[in-house]
Write a protein that binds this ligand. Structure first.
Ligand SMILES: Nc1ncnc2c1ncn2[C@@H]1O[C@H](COP(=O)(O)OP(=O)(O)OP(=O)(O)O)[C@@H](O)[C@H]1O
Ligand SMILES: [Mg+2]
Length: 342
């Protein structure tokens, strides 16, 4: 199915539903609230970009869905549903069965996924066999097919290579091939192209988007780089200090950013500046307020801060499919600014 940005959240093809997710690191002292009340829906075939500065909770959100949060981290609140199934109620074995089959992950470092001492074809075939019983001939055929699909030239020949014999870009394509080989309904891609040069990055982004469109695969693309999701995502969630502070269709979030944090991120995208000109950066770093603090978490860095910002920011509906958690959103009309999203 082809995603459109006008789909209604009530449509029945909600694939992932995250509600009030809280994932904390329970170390000595006050818990580190890495993810704190995150909610979003993802529909089949849709690409959702999760963006935010380092430490905003993007990876831990992805890991929570994949069941990969390790102690002292723990999901302490909220729910995650995948095709209606409560993922937090599944056993480790049930989660393992889902991972690599119905949902797959691509991480920044391909060597986190690849085994350096095994041939590429062996690794792809093992990924198939951990979920499906097929013959060796069939598994090898599928391995070569999926390598071709992700744009690896001479896939029959390359299939016999070891990871170190491939370039970084080719290795990441192999990881994407492994993610795709069992036709997942969901791919969670966490900064998968950040380590690659810009040309390879845009090729891979273009191809991933095309594959998702063709196969109806939904994708969560995690990045600190707004310009990456601009060309890729149907919708964007902007994360700050464990919360989603703005969410909406890509063109709305980028065209009419309402949260001052999003505006700061957009202002620091290089394409808007003249060569040699210094880019504006958001001043300061993420402040970790105590749990009892109700105020906006961005307030000490925000150019629009008032005393009101020491109180809980409302979820303001900026337009139909666009909302921001802010007392003073830009671009929200006066009437709409009064209206909180329930
Ligand atoms: N193992 C851990 N122990 C304690 N705190 C952790 C651990 N892993 C992550 N955190 C904390 O959780 C917060 C969110 O981390 P997360 O990795 O999700 O950030 P991120 O948005 O993915 O950042 P980046 O862009 O750097 O990848 C961070 O502030 C981090 O300090
Ligand atoms: Mg991360």
């Amino acid at each position: 199915m082809v995603a459109t940005s006008t789909r209604s959240p009530e449509k029945p093809d909600v694939l992932v539903e995250v509600e009030g997710l809280q994932t904390y690191f329970l170390t000595r002292g006050e818990p580190m609230r890495a993810v704190d009340g995150v909610s979003f829906k993802l529909h089949s075939g849709e690409v959702l970009g999760i963006v935010g500065e380092s430490g905003s909770g993007k990876t831990i959100t992805g890991h929570s869905i994949l069941g990969l949060v390790e102690p002292p981290g723990r999901v302490v609140g909220g729910s995650i549903r995948f095709r209606g199934r409560d993922l937090l109620a599944l056993s480790d074995e049930e989660l393992r069965q889902l991972r690599g089959d119905a949902m797959a992950a691509v991480f920044q470092d391909p060597m986190m996924t690849l085994n350096p001492v095994l041939r590429i074809d062996t690794q792809i075939m093992e990924a198939i066999w951990s979920h499906h019983r097929v013959s060796k001939v069939e598994a090898r055929r599928r391995a070569v097919d999926v390598l071709r699909l992700v744009g690896i030239p001479s896939p029959e020949k390359r299939a016999s290579a070891y990871p170190h014999e491939l370039s970084g870009g080719m290795r990441q394509r192999v990881v994407i091939a492994i993610a795709l080989v069992n036709s997942p309904a969901l791919i969670i891609a966490d900064e998968p192209t950040t380590a690659l040069d810009v040309t390879i990055q845009s090729q891979i982004i273009y191809e991933m988007r095309k594959l998702c469109r063709e196969k109806g695969t939904a994708m969560i693309w995690i990045t600190h780089d707004l310009s990456v999701v601009a060309s890729l995502a149907d919708r964007i969630c902007v994360m700050y200090a464990g919360e989603i502070v703005e969410e909406g269709d890509t063109e709305k979030v980028l065209g009419q950013p309402a949260h001052h944090y999003t505006r700061g991120l957009i202002a620091s995208i290089p394409s808007g500046s003249q060569p040699g000109e210094q880019l504006p950066q958001i001043k300061g770093m993420i402040t970790r307020y105590p749990a009892a603090d109700q105020g906006c978490r961005f307030r000490d860095r925000c150019p629009a801060k008032t005393d009101l910002c020491d109180t809980r920011p409302p979820d303001v509906r900026v337009s139909d499919s666009h909302s921001a958690k802010c007392h003073h959103p830009a671009h929200a009309s006066a009437a709409l600014a009064q209206e909180s999203v329930s």
